[in-house]
Design a protein around this ligand. Structure first.
Ligand SMILES: Nc1ncnc2c1ncn2[C@@H]1O[C@H](COP(=O)(O)OP(=O)(O)O)[C@@H](O)[C@H]1O
Ligand SMILES: [Mg+2]
Length: 342
């Protein structure tokens, strides 16, 4: 049995313009040792999906479908039961480390707190373990800096500290939501390497969320491409990159920042090569969410939600195990090689 099985997950939010279906029928499963990537533009439902797993959705959100952790259904249980079931089995790292850190408490105390609460360590044992964890995540002179405050560290170091906090609970599943987006490029690689090392070392499952294809390509075995709250393409990372069967996946690829490209002043639109913007959730068409921006769109795309089709793929991981099916939801998907990017 898989560690985590999500089946047909729906999340409905209450917005000033009425109810909005922010996540629409998401399914995936994850085993210990797996690394799964979630990719898509801002607003496509990546964070809501993992917030649903963690039980951190806003109170007004309605969840339908099934989230099974180690054989136990989480959807529909009351808060206290959920707290027990999830316990310290899942931990999350956020985009902005200060979301997780309290500015008025020394870092050692913040790493030690879950050790005392969840693992029942004494104050001095928790402090010793906190120093060991801080050392493991690469905080220099951890023993002498354990009483320093978050503002005395760099952004990259602060993210290392939140990773130490996440590890304190010894989770089976580590969820990293854009963990390097707020960091300098030079630091991004180091943080991702650290996450990968720790996941291997402790045999955790990893869910890595990013809007950056390069980050996904280098760090996960399987990926889900999300758009408008649905998965439009999913499968072994290699197979998805080799075929890019969905027009949206190809759009993401074409829009990725090119090495050496000159950047003008001001913010850079993420999908400069895909016309239009992510539709408002309340305005999603009954058919394919991407229809309004897709060059291949027909009446059928607007009216009828594409069914998931399995593509031929024989991808295996480093141990020769099959990585699962390559699926695409598009009435006009291409299984040919991607166009050469210009
Ligand atoms: N608390 C909320 N109330 C209303 N809408 C929300 C709330 N949280 C997220 N949304 C909307 O849900 C959609 C998906 O959000 P999110 O999962 O954060 O996207 P992503 O992480 O992919 O950028 C967005 O359109 C966002 O504006
Ligand atoms: Mg997000």
């Amino acid at each position: 049995m898989a560690l985590l099985e999500v089946h047909d997950l729906h999340i409905r939010l209450q917005t000033p313009r009425g109810p909005a279906d922010a996540v629409r029928g998401l399914s995936f499963s994850l085993d210990k040792g797996d690394a799964l990537g979630l990719i898509g533009e801002s607003g496509c439902g990546k964070s809501l999906t993992v917030m649903a797993l963690m039980g951190l959705l806003p109170e007004s959100a309605q969840v339908r479908g099934s989230i099974v952790l180690d054989g136990q259904e989480l959807v529909g249980r009351d808060e206290a039961a959920l707290c027990r079931l999830r316990g310290n089995r899942m931990a999350m790292i956020f985009q902005e480390p200060m979301t997780a850190l309290n500015p008025v408490h020394p870092i050692g105390r913040q790493v030690a707190e879950p050790l005392r609460l969840h693992r029942g360590l004494s104050a001095s044992a928790a402090r010793t373990e906190a120093i060991r964890l801080l050392d493991r995540v690469g905080i220099p002179q951890a023993a002498s800096r354990v009483d320093a405050y978050p503002h005395q560290f760099s952004g990259g170091q602060r993210q290392r500290i939140t990773i130490a906090m996440a590890l304190a609970c010894q989770p089976d599943l580590l969820i990293a939501d854009e963990p390097t987006t707020a960091l300098d490029v030079t630091v991004q690689r180091q943080i991702l390497d650290l996450i990968n090392e720790l996941v291997d070392e402790r045999g955790m499952a990893l869910m890595l969320i990013s809007h950056d294809l390069g980050v996904i390509a280098n760090n996960v075995d399987r990926m889900l491409v999300m758009y408008g709250g649905s998965v439009v393409e999913s499968g072994p990372t290699e197979a998805v990159f080799a075929h890019m069967a969905h027009p949206y996946t190809r759009g993401l690829f074409a829009a990725r920042p090119k090495l050496g490209a000159r950047r003008g002043p001001g913010p850079r639109p993420l999908l400069s090569t895909i016309a239009g913007t992510v539709p408002e959730l309340v305005d999603l068409p009954p058919g394919c969410a991407f229809a309004g921006r897709c060059a291949l769109s027909t009446d059928q795309c607007v009216q009828q939600r594409p069914v998931a089709e399995t593509l031929p793929s024989h991808a295996t991981d480093a141990h020769g195990l099959a990585l699962g099916d390559h699926l695409v939801r598009c009435w006009h998907h291409a299984t040919r090689q991607p166009e050469t990017p210009t």
